[in-house]
Structure formats: C-alpha cells, structure tokens
Write a protein that binds this ligand. Structure first.
Ligand SMILES: Cc1cc2nc3c(=O)[nH]c(=O)nc-3n(C[C@H](O)[C@H](O)[C@H](O)COP(=O)(O)OP(=O)(O)OC[C@H]3O[C@@H](n4cnc5c(N)ncnc54)[C@H](O)[C@@H]3O)c2cc1C
Length: 602
C-alpha cells in the first residue's frame, strides 16, 4: 500500500469533526448511509494506490506536449475519465434526474482529497468536467442539458473553464472574445483563450468549453459578459460529431503539474465556431462564479494534497535517515553514542510538525466548506442564506491558506531531506514545483485577499463575519468546558480581538473613501485572518479528540487523539502567535507601497 496520506485522519475529519452522519439526515441523502460512503472511499483509495500514485512521477518526467496539432498526455488520463464516471466521481452528487447519486459534497470532497494526494496531476481533468456540467444543469436550457450532461458525467466528454485571454487574466472585465448572434439561436464565437486546463488531448472524444465572451453591442466591463457552451465537436441531428473549428494552438510547458495539460485555444479563427448561450445575456460572469467558487475550494484541496503527500514522504525519510547524535543534558554531543535517525532532532520535528499542522488544518477547513455546502440541503431559507454567507467568507481563505502555507510546508519537506531534497531522484522537488501553481490559478493570492477584505468581510453589513465569530465561539465554549483546553480557547479569543482591532483601524480608511489605503495590505490581512481560521479548525479537532478521550469512545488509538491535541498546541505556539507580529504592519501610519510620484528606483 502506498503511504502518501493518513486515511484515519480523513475519516476522523469526515465522521467525527464535521459530522457526516448529521449531514446525511437531509431528505436528499435518504438513500445514502455512512457505510456506503466508507466503501466508496475505500474503492477510491484502492484505485489510487494501484493506478494513480504509481504514475505520478512518470507524468512529470514525460509531460504533456503539443505535436502535429494535437496535445499528447499520459494514457491514464483517458482511463481515469471513464473510471471516475463509473465510480461517481464526476457526477456522484448530481440529482438523480441527471444520472447522479445525490451524494453529499463531503463524500466527493474526501474522495478527491485521496485522488489529489496520490497524484495532483489528475484531479483537474474530471473536476473541471464536473464544474462545467454543473453550470449547464444550473443555468442552461433543457436542450443543452439533454445534449451534454450524460456524456460529461460518464467521462466520455470533458468540460473546461475558458476565461483567461492573453490580455485578461485577473481582470476578466477586459476579455474581448466576441459572440455574434445567428438566426438559429446560436452564436459565432471569435477569440483566443490561454492557459486552459485540460483543454484538449487525444484520449477524450469531445471537449465542452464553458466560455465567457461578449455579445456584440454588450456593455463594457463585467456587466457585458455572457456564458456559452462551445463544444470542440458539434453534434449533428443524426448524432454524428463534426468539427466546430476550435483550434488547439499550443500546450504551455510548465515548472510543475506537467502531466496536466494547459492549452492555448483559438475559436472561430480557422472557420466558424458555434456557441450556445447559457441562461441570459450579460449574466455570464455571475453564472461562472458558481464554477469558480467550487474550483477555488478544489485548488485549496489540491494544495493541501501536495502538502500532505510531501509530509508523508519527508516523515518516512526522517525516520530512516541516520545523521548526528542527540544533544546530552550537558549540552554536548557524545561521539561515542550511536548516531540517530533525524526525526530525533528537535529542529526536524519542528519542520514535520509544521507540515502536519498546515496539511491537516487545511484539510479540516476544506471539509468544513463541504459540510457547509451540504447543510444547505433541507435548511430553511434564512438558514440557507446564513450558510451561503459563511461559505462565501470561507472560500477565499480555503483557496489561499493551503496554497500559501502548503508551499512553505512542502519547502520544509525539501529541507528535511537535506541535499537529497534538491535532487530529482527524490519526489520532494516535484511536490514543490507542483504546489507553486496553487497560489496563482483560480485567482492569485493578491486577488483572493482583495476579495476577502474588499467584498466578503463587508458583505451584508458584516453578517458573514458575525456568523464566523459565532462558529468560533462554539469551539471556545467547548474548549473551556474541557478545562485542559481552556488556555487555547483564550488564545483563539485573543486572536479574534487582534483582528477586530486591525479591522477597526483600517475600516476608517474605507469610511473616508480611501479604498487604496484600506486594501493596500490585503495580503498580510489574509495571512492573519486565515491563520486564525485554521486555529479555529485546530481547536475543533482538539475538542473532538478530547471528547473521545474523555468519554472513552475511541474509534482510533489513544495516540491518534493525543497527536491531534499535540498538533493543535504546536499550531497555537508556532503559528497563531505570529498574527500579533502581522498586526503590527497595520499600526504603521506610513503607506510604503502605495505608488506616489517618486519612483523609488524601481
Ligand atoms: C497552469 C495554469 C492553468 C490555468 N488554468 C486555467 C483554466 O483552466 N481556465 C482559465 O480561464 N484560466 C486558467 N489559468 C489562468 C489563471 O487563472 C491566471 O493565470 C490567473 O488568474 C492570473 O492571471 P495572469 O496570469 O494574467 O496574471 P495577472 O492578472 O497579470 O497578474 C500578475 C500579478 O499582478 C497581480 N495583480 C493583478 N491585478 C491586480 C490588482 N487589481 N490588484 C493587485 N494585484 C493585482 C496578481 O496578483 C499577480 O501577482 C491557468 C493558469 C495557469 C498558469
């Protein structure tokens, strides 16, 4: 069995911390029970062990490439699409009417955590297909649903997200891809899209691009963006497939995720490319946010996966690599003593604990997001509104914390391997290259931080923050009741006060209309806020572990629960404490990064 992640931790988070059994009480999940989900996850793990983990390094060493007008990828990609279709990994949570099984998001999310940890090159191909199919089921006409959904969720056809253009990355209001209406209700699409993940390859028959463009005469900016379904191959009335003139121009060669193709596509440049409008004109970006929000959490999950796999690889190495001797009570080393495995050194343990606290803390947040999504089932309209607000607030954090801190966690793994960490014979360098993209695509860290501070925190008059504070307070009360965790409850409450005071200070700028000043340090604010959010997750895990220990209701070993409490303590001592330092940035009166007439020798 491959040792790239800890199944017990995943199950603990799913069942005990985030309470799958409560989620399953909703009417929608009446045909699903937790045994079924465990069997489903076991089968996913089995497939990952046998098929995905073994080709992880090969996909990096023999990356996707463009030749003779085609993109060539590892053959496993085609196999996975069909296999995941059969296993319910593409459409398992869809309504039964679309061929789905109405599985909860928690279950699908857990399954993808296994997939991405085994091989982070693979999750995007089926994952984007799910997101594209969901856009069609939510917003498109019955005709489009009938044409595409079944083939997509069975993995016969793939879906993509076509947003980025050479001149429009973070700023989607600047896209220029055009759409002109035809008499039959379709549109002719013209333009280029770059960096399209899984945009074309030889092992899937058809690609269904969910593309944003502007209908001729539409208003400028985001208010003039519409969403289209643009297939690579059009479906004729007799069911045959014909070219829709979607040209594959290139595959970007990348530093990481080299088995996951990243394509440059041309539409309407070698002939007519037809697209079909999804929903109403000019509401495309609003619709696309459904896919983008899901994709943001998926990126957080993939970053968590890289950090998790890197942790397990470096943990194994630290147990095997013998180097140096223990420091004696006298403070001296005794060379007559046997050398020890490097896991015996406090500094190596500190790095391992950092990796564990970041990867498990991030995984818990990703599971929290899935659980919030599931709780909307059967909720009253008011409860649903609150859950939606909470999820909106958590989404940029769930994308950014794992991406930014996951990068640091993988880097610590390289450090644990010393010189070998830098060598291509060992896998750590691959995780480091792979994880690097996570803070860039699906909205960079800078953009997520602006979203958090500029949009999500002020949302609905600050209601989303109030809801999060209520969640924090629940865990603080639980920890206080445990007694042994009381001091950590105080530390979390202290962190909340620090952030409240920073927000109080910078909101003054927003109230005066000085938004550049309000948002200038959005990224340090994100670091502080997201650390507090992960501290909340760690307290939740520690409370759950302490409940099990106190009530002697142990599904796992005593050491398992104790290690969760120990890791929480580590996180509070080494990470939560950092937010006080970051808060000091906001005490400075001078704005050193806002452009002025002076050039500062840039
Ligand atoms: C491997 C890969 C796969 C991808 N997959 C897809 C895909 O499937 N579909 C798709 O549509 N796109 C995809 N993308 C595109 C990706 O989403 C963009 O690269 C990303 O959004 C950033 O856009 P950009 O590269 O143009 O950078 P830019 O927007 O030029 O940003 C450059 C830098 O400037 C900063 N910046 C930009 N604007 C602001 C601002 N207003 N305030 C503060 N800072 C700012 C950014 O944070 C960043 O640090 C992919 C990209 C890559 C590399």
């Amino acid at each position: 069995m491959s040792n790239y992640f800890n199944f017990e931790t995943l199950k603990f988070l799913l069942h005990d911390v985030h309470k799958l059994e409560d989620v399953l009480k909703a009417e929608r999940f009446k045909d699903i029970d937790s045994d079924m989900i465990n069997i489903f996850l076991d089968s996913v793990k089995d497939y990952c062990d046998k098929a995905l983990y073994p080709v992880f390094r090969e996909m990096d060493e023999k990356p996707a490439y463009f030749e003779d007008g085609k993109i060539h990828v590892h053959p496993i990609v085609g196999e996975v699409m069909i296999k995941f279709g059969e296993m319910g990994l593409i459409g398992g949570h869809f309504d039964e009417e679309y061929g789905g099984m109405q599985m909860p998001a928690c279950a699908i999310n857990s399954a993808y955590s296994i997939v991405s940890t085994a091989n982070n090159n693979m999750s995007g191909y089926p994952g984007l297909t799910t997101g594209a199919a969901e856009l069609i089921t939510t917003f498109a006409s019955q005709e489009l649903k009938d044409t595409y959904i079944e083939k997509m969720i069975t993995g016969q056809w793939a879906g993509t997200m076509c947003l980025t253009e050479p001149q429009a990355g973070s700023s989607l209001s600047d896209i220029t891809t055009s759409a002109s209406a035809n008499e039959d209700g379709s549109y002719n699409i013209k333009g280029q899209k770059i960096f399209i993940s899984g945009g074309d390859h030889e092992f899937t028959e058809n690609f269904i691009h969910l593309l944003i463009g502007r209908i001729e005469g539409a208003p400028a900016g985001t208010k003039g963006i519409s969403l289209f379904v643009v297939p690579k191959l059009k479906i004729e009335e007799d069911g045959s497939l014909v070219s829709n003139n979607v040209e594959t121009i290139a595959d970007f060669q990348k530093m990481g995720q080299r088995g996951y193709c990243t394509t440059h596509l041309g539409f309407g440049e070698t002939g007519t490319t037809q697209g079909w409008l999804v929903g109403e004109e000019n509401r495309g970006l609003k619709y696309m946010f459904q896919m983008m929000n899901t994709a943001r959490i998926s990126v957080g999950r993939d970053a968590t996966a890289c950090a998790t796999a890197a942790y397990h690889a470096s943990l194994q190495y630290a147990k095997e690599r013998v180097q140096g001797r223990k420091i004696k009570e006298s403070g001296k080393k005794d060379s007559s003593n046997d050398p020890v495995a490097i896991i015996e050194h406090a500094d190596v343990r500190r790095m391992l604990m950092f990796q564990k606290s970041v990867s498990e803390g991030s995984l818990s947040l990703i599971q929290e997001a899935a659980a919030i999504h599931d709780k909307m089932e059967g909720a009253s309209p008011d409860e649903k509104k609150d859950l939606h607000l909470l999820l909106e607030l958590i989404t940029p954090v769930a994308k950014t914390y794992p991406s930014e801190k996951g990068k640091e966690a993988v880097d610590k793994g390289v450090q644990i391997l010393g010189g070998y960490g830098f060598c291509t014979d060992f896998v750590l360098q691959q995780y480091l290259r792979d994880v690097r993209i996570m803070s860039i695509y699906e909205g960079t860290t800078g953009i997520q931080s602006l979203d958090l501070l500029g949009r999500k925190i002020p949302m609905d008059g600050g209601k989303s923050v109030q809801l999060l504070v209520a969640e924090f307070t629940k865990e603080i009360k639980r920890a206080k009741a445990h007694g042994s965790l009381s001091e950590f409850a105080d530390q979390l409450a202290g962190g909340m006060k620090t952030i409240e005071s920073v927000l109080g200070k910078i909101s003054g700028f927003a109230m005066k209309g000085e938004f550049e000043k309000y948002l200038a340090d959005a990224t340090p604010f994100m670091e502080m806020f997201s650390t507090l959010v992960i501290a909340w997750q760690w307290l939740k895990m520690a409370n759950t572990a302490q409940d099990a220990l106190s009530n002697n209701k142990l599904t796992y070993s005593t050491e398992f629960y104790e290690s969760k409490i120990h890791t929480m303590k580590f996180f509070y001592k080494y990470e939560l404490s950092r937010i006080e330092g970051i808060a000091k940035i906001f005490e400075h009166e001078e704005f050193l990064t806002i452009p002025t007439e002076k050039e500062f020798n840039f």
